[in-house]
Design a protein around this ligand. Structure first.
Ligand code: RB5
Length: 167
């Protein structure tokens, strides 16, 4: 699916990737693909599938990478993708999309301008995972009415949780 009205988005300056133990195998596949595609990648762990780790800690590493660099994007992988998407979407500015099919990956970019792709390493296989990543990377944001909705989303989130007073 493509749209003549889609605006080309800027190339991400870096893709920050992290996983927990349940996402490690798929993370290895995804990082290999990103390197083949010559996309700059930062691997933020975890380092092995052997040791059970806490997904919120790894989710927050990618969130921090995105908040530090406006054009960065992220990929998070846990067993189902649910834990990582719950973590990431707590932070204003993050639009994490859990995608287990191509159609959702396309719409997460066109309508939601998702800056973080979440995958479930126990839900999808490596070939579908790679195709979802390729699609997500290559699909631009439509803008227009969708930008208005994203602006509203950020406004509501910041009203609910105003930034801490740094004075
Ligand atoms: C780990 O067993 C599993 O709970 C985690 O990877 C994730 O699926 C949580 O949402």
């Amino acid at each position: 699916m493509s749209s003549a009205s889609s605006k080309p988005g800027p190339d991400p300056e870096v893709i920050a990737v992290a996983c927990d133990h349940a996402g490690h195998s798929l993370k290895t596949v995804v990082i290999k693909l990103l390197r083949e595609l010559k996309v700059p990648v930062t691997d933020l762990g975890c380092a092995s599938p052997e040791e059970s780790v806490h997904y919120p800690l790894y989710g927050k590493k990618v969130v921090d990478a995105l908040l530090a660099k406006p054009r960065a994007r992220g990929i998070l992988i846990c067993g189902t993708g649910l834990g990582m998407s719950i973590v990431a979407n707590r932070f204003p500015g993050i639009r994490a999309a859990l995608c287990h099919d191509i159609y959702t990956a396309i719409l997460s970019r066109r309508h939601n301008d998702s800056n973080l792709l979440v995958l479930g390493g126990r839900i999808i296989g490596p070939d579908l995972g790679k195709e979802i990543v390729r699609t997500w990377l290559n699909t631009p944001f439509d803008g227009g009415r969708h930008q208005e909705r994203l602006d509203l989303l950020e406004q509501l989130a910041r009203e609910a949780c105003p930034p801490a007073d740094k004075a």
